[in-house]
Ligand binder design. Structure first.
Ligand code: PGA
Length: 263
């Protein structure tokens, strides 16, 4: 049961995975686990971010679950509305399909697809204007950490969006701190290091917005059942953004259980 004021979130980032048949299995496995051993919604919000192609199908599959599991888009266009923009999906189109959440600023988008601050700010602005909740990802590289710049980099990434998030819209922001060196590497930040960064983020958010104390700050980077309990025990870690381990129903379920029961 949650002792903290912030309800934890556990979100699975499926990235460019899996094939259709495996996705169906994953969804039915998760539904079954949640049916047999429920995790109350007030103890932990749950979401999964499938590929754009699978969003509606996965959302429909989860509609028969015994509890709400949100469907999250992994990306959104920098263009708003509708129009002649081949290959793009706008925030309004997501909203039109009842997709209410979107990941923005993931390090893979920043690095591989060159999404810089102006691009990310456009995305955040349009997503919020369409009333989506933004899971905004931040995190430092190994080199930045070794140079002692981790805190500065992460806080700057948060300050970057402050110019486009209007006062009330901070309520529609979730932060995911994902040190780049911990993503998909099996290396997790120690609970102490993660907590220290989360506390700094919390401090920064409270300076930016009166909603700072309520914003969920998720940790991401090789979260698995084996390290979820100790991460969940950290006071400023309000959940997890889970990549690899979210592709296995049981692992994802156990991480959710860790957060629901530890918080
Ligand atoms: P990982 O990915 O859990 O596989 O490290 C996390 C993420 O990139 O969101």
């Amino acid at each position: 049961m949650s002792g903290s004021a912030v309800t934890p979130w556990v979100v699975g980032n499926w990235k460019m995975n899996p094939m259709q048949a495996e996705a169906k299995e994953l969804v039915s496995g998760l539904k079954e686990l949640l049916k047999n051993n429920p995790i109350k919604e007030e103890d932990c919000y749950l979401g999964v971010a499938p590929t754009m192609l699978a969003l509606s199908a996965i959302q429909a599959d989860f509609s028969s679950a015994t509890r709400v599991i949100y469907t999250v888009a992994q990306n959104v266009s920098i263009i708003e509305g509708t129009g002649a923009y081949t290959g793009e999906v706008s925030a309004q189109l997501l909203q039109d399909q009842q997709i209410k959440f979107v990941l923005i600023g993931h390090s893979e988008r920043r690095e591989i697809f060159s999404e810089n601050t102006p691009i990310l700010n456009q995305k955040v602005k349009h997503a919020l204007a369409a009333d989506l909740t933004v899971i905004y990802c931040v995190g430092e590289s190994l080199q930045q950490r070794e140079n002692g710049q981790a805190e500065q980099v992460v806080l700057q990434q948060i300050c970057d969006i402050a110019s486009v998030v209007q006062a009330e819209q901070w309520q529609k922001i979730v932060i995911a701190y994902e040190p780049i060196w911990a993503i998909g590497t099996g290396k997790t930040a120690s609970p102490e290091d993660a907590q220290a960064m989360h506390a700094k983020i919390r401090e920064g958010l409270t300076q930016i917005t009166p909603f700072g104390a309520q914003i969920a700050i998720l940790y991401g980077g090789s979260v698995k059942p084996e390290n979820a309990v100790e991460l969940a025990a950290c006071p400023d870690i309000n959940g997890a953004l889970v990549g690899g381990a979210s592709l296995n129903a049981e692992s994802f379920y156990k991480i959710a259980q860790a957060f629901a029961h530890t918080k």
